[in-house]
Design a protein around this ligand. Structure first.
Ligand code: HEC
Length: 136
């Protein structure tokens, strides 16, 4: 009896576990991409380097400008941007990643250092972001 109830109580967690698996795998791969392609500027804890490299941890830009953030990671970013009230007018060269790697590293940075998102980044979403989108 108690064992049966126990199993029933566990079921939703098992279900959630499998649903989250895809995302967890993506985050795991994304961490490796981050360590290879981003960490030297944005640093171990996403804190960046004051006035030179903007933070990713608690970045209002990353949180609010999803499409531009994906575009930056896909194509690079130059010119004026403001992150947490500080203006940068610098350049990030195109990291040269495959769309799959952009997806994974986005999922990693959106789920690290206190960052959160309701919506995991998908490959389709990354593929749909192009260089010259305007208005978002
Ligand atoms: C050589 C240093 C360098 C590397 C490597 C680098 N970035 Fe950046 N990143 C920058 C700079 C500088 C900016 C701001 C550019 C500007 O002033 O327009 C930036 C901006 C950003 C932004 C938007 C602003 C913010 O802080 O939210 C995101 C997101 C981002 N980078 C993510 C990444 C990711 C992910 C990687 C690895 C795939 C990466 N960067 C690799 C230097 C770098």
């Amino acid at each position: 009896m108690f064992v049966k109830i126990g199993i029933l109580l566990l079921l939703p967690f098992v279900y959630m576990f499998f649903q989250d698996e895809t995302l967890l795998k993506s985050i795991e791969r994304g961490q490796k991409v981050y360590e290879q392609a981003c960490i030297k500027c944005h640093k171990q804890n996403g804190e960046g380097v004051a006035k030179f490299f903007p933070p990713l941890a608690n970045s209002d830009y990353l949180r609010d400008q999803r499409v531009q953030s994906i575009r930056a990671v896909k194509f690079g970013q130059r010119g004026k941007i403001t992150v947490n009230g500080i203006t940068y007018n610098s350049q990030m060269l195109p990291p040269g990643l495959k769309d799959e790697e952009v997806t994974d590293v986005m999922n990693y940075i959106l789920h690290s250092w206190g960052n959160k998102t309701e919506k995991p980044v998908t490959l389709e979403e990354v593929q749909s972001v192009n260089r010259i989108d305007v208005g978002n």
